[in-house]
Write a protein of this length. Structure first.
Length: 251
């Protein structure tokens, strides 16, 4: 039996549970994610769905559980349904993106203050952090930025997938995820130390150091190429910091 057939059988065997989608009751397999349950019920995603793997941020959603006053949030592609959940799919959440020419920035905090003056409207209520499906410390990175610490903000916001839920709950009406993206861009371009070995390698490529080796590979027939690949020297999984290949002509 193929893995697809096994998956289909497993899905059929799964217990059906009631959920409410846009207020209408449906019976869906209990093993499905919110995204799949909505599709199982007959809806078709045209927007609000991207990677289906929890990284693109397109599918942020809100839901309620029976007897629970809280509004819950999550990624529809990652959150599994529960009985009697009230589900919906929220659209792309609009938030104002600052206008700037990145090539004119120099990496000073004042530049972020100028592009996003609303940064200082944060009242530190922490609603943004509570709503983040990636557990990013949103309020903390905003606080770091207010103190001019772009690098800290870039690190704290590293797992942000730009779903926009933070902006949806912010009483100061900040576009947190856009601000954090600018911080990470500045961090990458101006604040992170350059990789010197990369510079050396690029220079080596430009001066043609690898041309002879590449020409040799290009001249090989398929079988020789495969054999060469299979027999290449590989770094052992347990190699220490001082490991180096025996053939070091291209280092
Ligand atoms: S579809 Fe990409 S995060 Fe859910």
């Amino acid at each position: 039996m193929s893995s697809t057939e096994v998956a289909v059988k497993t899905e059929i065997k799964a217990r059906l549970i009631p959920v409410y989608i846009m207020g209408k009751k449906y019976e869906v397999p209990e093993t499905l994610t919110i995204m799949k349950a909505i599709e199982y019920a007959g809806y078709k995603y045209i927007r609000g769905c991207g990677c289906r793997g929890g990284v693109c941020g397109a599918c942020s959603t809100v839901y309620r559980k029976p007897g629970d006053y809280k509004i819950h949030v999550g990624l529809a592609c990652q959150t599994v349904v529960e009985p009697d959940m009230y589900l919906t799919q929220i659209p792309f959440y609009p938030a104002l993106r600052g206008t700037y020419d990145f090539t004119e920035l120099t990496g000073k905090p004042e530049e972020i203050f100028e592009i996003y003056p609303e940064l200082f409207r944060c009242v530190a209520c922490n609603a943004c952090t509570k709503v983040c499906p990636m557990d990013v410390q949103v309020m903390d990175y905003i606080a770091a930025l207010k103190q001019g610490d772009i690098q800290k903000a870039a690190e704290l916001s590293f797992d942000c997938i730009q779903c926009g839920l933070c902006a949806s709950r912010c009483m100061g009406e900040l576009p947190q995820y856009h601000i954090a993206q600018l911080a990470r861009r500045i961090s990458g371009a101006y604040l992170t130390p350059r990789a010197e070995h990369l510079k050396t390698m690029v220079a080596n490529i430009e001066t043609g150091r690898f041309n002879e080796g590449l020409d040799k590979l290009k001249a090989m027939d398929e079988n020789t190429l495969k054999k060469t690949y299979q027999e290449r020297e590989m770094e052992p999984a347990t190699a220490g910091e001082d490991w180096a290949p025996k053939d070091n002509q291209y280092l």
